[in-house]
Design a protein around this ligand. Structure first.
Ligand code: PLP
Length: 392
């Protein structure tokens, strides 16, 4: 790809080693893993090896991993699974006000159908407070669902503390780890996590495949009706090449995590510092420390992010405003509103998310382009002109 790709939170390129691992399962080893003959059983074995490998990388047991079509399905499944009690009564879900729509919209639907959902506030840096979780728990609470790391601002939540609270109170705890898995170490047992969603295309695996970890002793609700795949709870012929690619991608992501973290954190901090020092009226969104290693969310005053993104695109710099799912939406996102970004900055939010291939030269170039383009856009802004007059 030519250009500078800074949108790794939207998706990542599948690694060539991953594609190589997947290829035979489209052609020579195309067999349906549910068939009884020998070659199919070899494919079945390979899938089970991937299940074991994924489980070991997140501190789970192989029988606790269920393959899905991605993060959205895993999130929808986890939420619907715990929305009702065993005797089919609506329960109470506690979630945060900055979840991805794959959680937010399913919560809205659960509410429309009669369930009760509490949306916890976050502080100005995007963190949920454990005391707020504690205060929201009632006798009816069946599930806590708080994302591991936010896709728009990169803030990492106090997962261990929430997990310990959930354990103490005997409540299931789901976390949407779509942005975190492959970026930061995850250990479901140590952190008291009972369900976890992940998606392969965020860690250099293929698109359209993910997994849901479901703790062994949690009662499982069947999600897709049909055949007996995934131990009878998620029907549908397995995406064999996708599952195999996901296993390889996570293996590579875990093996390179430390190196990538160092490199990405360095570039992330460098980018944030240069923006803050060299572009006036800009502010960083999200948490200073509890932040994904590759994530920069910045808000510029006196401009509209849509115009800036077009200019960056023309310079072959690819970033996004908030999240890819909200591109084209003129309203500030629910996350930007929840962290109370000052009104005058809300329209100018840009997300840069780095990957292992990004370099310091690229970041230097991006900052130079930003300085020039931000200044150009501000020249066209009547608010900026008024502000300058008032200040002089
Ligand atoms: N959850 C979060 C936090 C995400 O960032 C995304 C995708 O951007 C999803 C869920 C949805 O995952 P998928 O694209 O695999 O459906």
């Amino acid at each position: 790809m030519s250009g500078i790709y800074l949108d790794h939170a939207a998706t990542t390129a599948t690694l060539p080693e991953v594609v190589d691992e997947m290829k035979p399962y489209y052609t020579k080893e195309f067999y349906n893993p549910s068939s009884a003959y020998q070659p199919s059983q070899e494919v079945r074995k390979k899938i089970e090896t991937v299940r074991e490998s994924i489980a070991s990388m997140i501190g789970a047991e192989p029988e606790e991993i269920y393959f899905t079509s991605g993060g959205t399905e895993a999130d929808n499944w986890a939420l619907t699974m715990q929305a009702k009690t065993q005797d089919e009564q609506w329960g109470h879900i506690i979630t945060s006000s900055i979840e991805h729509h794959a959680i937010g919209h399913i919560c809205n639907r659960i509410e429309q159908q009669g369930g009760k959902v509490t949306y916890l506030p976050v502080d100005s840096r995007g963190r949920v407070h454990v005391e707020d979780v504690q205060a929201a728990i009632t006798e009816q609470t069946t599930l806590l669902s708080v994302m591991y790391a936010n896709n728009e601002i990169g803030t990492i939540q106090p997962i261990h503390e929430i997990g310990m609270l959930a354990k103490e109170r005997g409540i299931a705890f789901h976390t949407d780890a779509v942005q975190a898995c492959g970026q930061v170490p995850i250990h479901v047992k140590k952190d008291g996590i009972s369900m976890l969603s992940a998606s392969a295309h965020k860690f250099q695996g293929p698109k359209g495949v993910g997994f849901l970890y479901i703790q062994k002793d949690l009662p499982i609700r069947r999600f897709l009706e049909g055949g007996g795949q995934e131990r009878g709870v998620r029907a549908g012929t397995e995406n064999v090449p996708g599952i195999i690619g996901m296993g390889k991608a996570l293996e590579l992501a875990v093996a390179s995590m430390e190196r990538r973290q160092k490199q990405e954190t360095y570039l992330r901090d460098y980018l944030m510092q240069r923006i803050i020092r060299e572009i006036p009226y800009s502010r960083i969104n999200g948490h200073q420390w509890f932040r994904l290693p590759n994530h920069v969310s910045v808000a510029f005053r006196f401009l509209n992010s849509a115009s800036l993104l077009i200019m960056l695109d023309m310079e072959h710099i690819y970033a996004s405003g908030g999240s890819a799912c909200n591109t084209g939406d003129p309203e500030p996102s629910h996350v930007i509103q929840a962290i109370q970004v000052p009104k005058e900055y809300q329209e100018g939010v840009i997300r840069f998310t780095l990957g292992a291939e990004n370099t310091k030269q690229e970041i230097d170039h991006v900052v130079e382009v930003l300085k020039q383009r931000v200044a150009e856009l501000r020249k066209q802004s009547p608010e900026y002109e008024d502000y300058q007059k008032r200040e002089s």
